[in-house]
Structures are given as C-alpha cells and as structure tokens.
Design a protein around this ligand. Structure first.
Ligand code: SF4
Ligand code: SF4
Length: 66
C-alpha cells in the first residue's frame, strides 16, 4: 500500500514533500521520491492522498503495484 512518483513526470517542484503526514517524501538524486515502506496512501490521515492533491502534474504520483 504505497504510491510512487513517476520520474518522467515529476518537475521537482517540492509541493508534495511538506504535506505528507508520514514524512515519506524526499528529494532524490533525480526527482522527488516516496518511501514505499512508510507511505500509507494517507489512509489514517486524509480521505485521499495529499501528495496527489497538491501535485500540479496529472498522473505524476501513481499506485505502486506490489
Ligand atoms: S500518499 Fe500520503 S503518505 Fe503516501 S507519500 Fe503521499 S502524502 Fe505521503
Ligand atoms: S508535487 Fe508532483 S511534481 Fe512536485 S515534486 Fe511532488 S511529485 Fe514532483
């Protein structure tokens, strides 16, 4: 249960980092990255993923298929 940031779409604006309730988003070597071990898809905190809500790019943050 986690999301991931699509490298080809992310513009590294950083808008997603401060809104993550589990502090799972960090700037990576190329673009921003989500820690799949700690991302909860915001299930305990919001009705929908906060990072997706604030990201200006469509389809930039997607479900990580197990
Ligand atoms: S879905 Fe929620 S917990 Fe997961 S990275 Fe986005 S803001 Fe953080
Ligand atoms: S808000 Fe979207 S475009 Fe901006 S850093 Fe996060 S994933 Fe990348």
């Amino acid at each position: 249960m986690a999301l991931y940031i699509v490298e080809e779409e992310c513009i590294s604006c950083g808008d997603c980092e401060p809104v993550c309730p589990t502090v799972s988003i960090k700037e990576g070597a190329i673009v921003f990255e989500i820690n799949a071990k700690t991302c909860t898809e915001c299930k305990d905190d919001f009705d929908s993923p906060e990072c997706v809500r604030v990201c200006p790019i469509d389809n930039c943050i997607l479900p990580l298929e197990a």
